[in-house]
Design a protein around this ligand. Sequence first.
Ligand code: B3K
Ligand code: ZN
Length: 855
Amino acid sequence: PSKIHLKDYKPSSFDVETVDLDIKLFDEHAIVDSTLVMQRQTEGDLVLYGEALELMSIKLNDEPLARNRYTQSEGTLTITDAPENTKLQLQVRIHPHTNTALEGLYIAGSGDDTMFVTQCEPEGFRKIIFYPDRPDVLAVFTTRLEADKRFPTLLSNGNLLEAGEVADVPERHYAIWQDPTNKPSYLFACVIADLDVLTDSYTTSEGRDVLLEVYAKSADIDKCAVGMQALKDSMQWDEVNYGRAYDLDRYMIVAVSQFNMGAMENKGLNIFNTACVLSSPETTTDSRSFSVKSIIAHEYFHNWTGNRITCRDWFQLCLKEGFTVYRDQSFSADQQSSAVQRIDDVATLRAHQFAEDAGPLAHPVRPESFVEINNFYTTTVYEKGAEIVRMIANTLGPDNFRKGTDEYFRRYDGQAVTVEDFLSALSITDSKIEDFIDWYRQPGTPVVSGHQDYDSATQTLTITLSQQTRQVAGFDVPKPLPIPVATALFDKDSGAIVAERMLLLDQATQTFTFENVVSEPVVSLLRDFSAPVQLNYDYQDEDLAFLLKYENNGFNRWQVTQMLVNRILLQGQGAKSSPEVYLQAMAQTLPELAAIDAMLAARLLDIPSAPELASAIHKDYDPELIKAQREGLYQQLAEALKDHWAMLYKQLPMQDYEDSAAARGTRALRNVVLDMALTANIADAAEWAQQQYDNASCMTERFGALKVMVNHQLANADEYLTDFYKRFQHDDLVIDLWFSVQASADMVTPDTIKSLLAHNDFDWNTPNRVRSVISAFTSQPTVLWTQEGLDIYIAVIKKLDDANPVLASRLLQVLARWNTLAEPRRQMAHEQLLELQKQATSKHVIESLNSVLGS
Ligand code: B3K
Ligand code: ZN
């Protein structure tokens, strides 16, 4: 497979004005007709892309096109001498019924719930029809869908023009949709199904009445209200915060159980993984429900950042994703404590993006080359991309950021643009914003190191900061980046803030001076995680304990607990601390905080997961050692606060379900306290767990109890697992939880994983189910990184390589850090990956393997 380079970008030789599609679904195949009205823009061949299509007919300007006037090879159809004005009519046959890759038009569900849906981003449209399938070709689409009446739901983008019966074929019907917006093919969607619908409406700030519809199978329709409310909240939020109103008369969301990722922002017709749209208190945990809302918001926000203004080419993916993630994070921060939102976003960034940037899959936020673009829907593009926008927003301040985004929408609406365009609009009030371009170009996480000097004679404090980024093979020597470091100085005696400033570190080393500082303060840096960097400041443990007590920035209180924990757990990685200071600080802080902010208190008890700790280890990583140290510290923490757990658990009684930030906080903390109490061997705790399960008012309580029963191997854990299964047997998303709680259990064995994969309810064609076992399993590195563990994991990748390469490649990327393992595990993993390399078939898996193996 060949590499595509950003530097080779050329505009399309033809522009498409209109597309008329006609998709007829039959029992074993579908026939797709298209009429493309095109105009020449530049010299060159007319290149259409197509994969797995059977070409039935081709006409150019109403004449059949002779076989010698076009060539078909490796996914393209090329017409060399197409005239200035070209009308191209094509007919192809496709096979959605056997499409397991979940790209293009594919089958989902089963039995009575069988449906057909599309996924076109990034290059799925070419699996439906030959087309200049690239994001900079924008056209108006009219789509006719025809199918058996068994599928009453026929949906496509835009407005419904017409629907009716097919003449002379009483069992078939059709619908015609037209989308008035000029859009790239990756935003095309259609649905052929039998679904129920929840409807609502919203009137935009511009006075447009919008029909809102959430489609799901009938058994799920009662779980659509949370998503509907989130949609309305998002519509309003975007009007208030970005001045962006919705632009069509209809907004549809469709829930589908087989989907490779979370959701897809197709114009006016979002398609969602059921896991990312369905929510009810009885079946959905709080954290899942919260993420449903943020994903609804994310897809909605794409309507402006992604759809109205799209990407010139796929290298610019972060243009829409980074900005849209920043927007959904800001939306979510308005729905709960902004400190907790930041904690969760940063925890994800550190656990996944930092690991990616430190390993063989490191790439710039805007990659410069790829074989398969699907491999670049990464946490670097999404989450690090969002961090760059956040730094820009914080540097500009709210007013100038808003001026910049207004300018962006004004200038580029209806266009396909680049990261440079984005920065140029944002920099209208401050030209230095253009310097952020290097953040998009340079891979690797910068490490910011620093120390302070205090001069009591002159009452000055000098902070020296320096930055360093590792050089990634194939890239230039890293340059210093603009790094905003939000800083506050705390008086050691009173704990009060004596100075607050945003330091801009944009050279290799810099000093920053604070005058009139009457005594040496404790410095709090990178408040709210003002830049996506690793911080090495020469703190004493006592300074961190001090900040845990006095910082009023909730995020930084969490950050210092994590720094303390890392110092303890990563002994031998330059860390040096003993747990006393940490344990004492936690004992002093937690009980009081629990009463004021339960959600934050729950987060402060975080001890990074084993894979997250591993991401900070670059050599001789021993999973057993990390597991033992992690569990040891958890045990010490549970015992250090032993006297508080019983009281705390009683202070957090179960109440009727309520979806408020306070109620979610109570539930989150209660689950942590339950786990702590069991860890500390409190006699009654097993009883609490059972009661919590039996009397649960919602899934957060029930699943929280089940999880601790399984992880602490309580005597009746199996009984409860069985009960859970029976109660929710018919709800796939809950059964996913049932699989994952077992596959991620602390005591999981390869045999457990094997038996889960062999379970009757296991389904290779449902990515959610595959992930509920296989991704859950990666949370136990001591078992994953063994001969047997890897045998299982690699066999899954092999099995999916052909059937669903996007999923297979994603699962493979998780193994990227094999190279940091201590022997003999490293060698073992290496051999398995080499073996896989011999057999891999998809370009997705081949490209990822080459990167992972460094070959
Ligand atoms: N834009 C889609 C992702 C498509 C991924 C294709 N492999 C979802 C999102 O980011 O909103
Ligand atoms: Zn997105």
